[in-house]
Design a protein around this ligand. Structure first.
Ligand code: ATP
Ligand code: MG
Length: 139
């Protein structure tokens, strides 16, 4: 059964290009409630740990260096059917294939600098939220 939480990051490209406020506004306007949030710059070890599932992929090294290249916003979001609805809101991984009106279509330039992350399953939403936030940092 779908749970009501997902995890997101606003990636360094979007923060650096000044889209943090607009993206948060789109997320909140779409009905997501922010249950935890922090503005941080990841260390190499933190980024490698987060993307461990992609360790063998050819783009892993570039992905990690991109994710540590500047600050990010990490957040836990709540809404009915959160994981699926948030993936719809952000659009396809490659922004050129993302639907009109989606966050990646509006704010991302390429598949490797694609503005936002969204968990791909309830299980990963839980794991990813726990990776970034202690029980005292969420409500
Ligand atoms: P995310 O996990 O960031 O929400 P996603 O679930 O749409 O994105 P994944 O397959 O999990 O896509 O890939 C993680 C990230 O790795 C992508 O957001 C993208 O930046 C990068 N990536 C994925 N595929 C490629 C690729 N073919 N070339 C370059 N980078 C890629
Ligand atoms: Mg993914």
């Amino acid at each position: 059964m779908a749970t009501n939480r997902t995890f997101t990051m606003i990636k360094p490209d979007a923060v650096g290009n000044g889209h943090m406020g607009s993206i948060l506004n789109d997320i909140i306007s779409a009905g997501f409630k922010i249950k935890a949030m922090k503005y941080i710059q990841l260390s190499q070890a933190q980024a490698e740990g987060f993307y461990a599932i992609h360790r063998e992929r050819p783009f892993f090294k570039d992905l990690v260096s991109f994710m540590i290249s500047g600050p990010i916003v990490a957040a836990i979001l709540e809404k009915d059917n959160a994981v699926e609805d948030f993936r719809k809101l952000i659009g396809a991984t490659d922004p050129s294939k993302a639907e009109e009106g989606t966050i990646r279509r509006k704010y991302a330039k390429s598949i490797d600098a694609n503005a936002v992350h969204g968990s791909d399953s309830d299980e990963n939403a839980e794991i990813e939220g726990n990776y970034f936030f202690s029980q005292f940092e969420r409500f």
